[in-house]
Design a protein around this ligand. Structure first.
Ligand code: F3S
Length: 81
């Protein structure tokens, strides 16, 4: 399983991710990316057919703002909170 979120603090709105994986990433009014699947909460599993796009977007982000994990990101927020 793969889950993804964009770290919006480091995203520089370069626009590569949405071009590479338009079904996974879109941009807010400022051009900052977010994951469409779950409104950038990282709790929805990326469908198998989009995993390749996800890998490509991950490789293409110049600021490493795309985070990918095998578990939902909720677990992390709970720990951090
Ligand atoms: Fe931002 Fe990286 Fe996408 S800088 S717009 S998350 S490719």
């Amino acid at each position: 399983a793969k889950y993804t979120v964009v770290d919006q603090d480091t995203c520089i709105a370069c626009g590569a991710c949405g071009a590479t994986a338009p079904e996974i990433f879109d941009y807010n009014d400022e051009g900052i990316a977010f994951a469409i699947l779950d409104n950038n909460t990282g709790i929805t599993e990326v469908p198998d057919e989009l995993k390749e796009d996800l890998e490509d977007a991950l490789d293409g982000c110049p600021t490493d703002s795309i985070k990918v994990a095998a578990k939902p990101f909720t677990c992390k927020s709970v720990q951090a909170g």
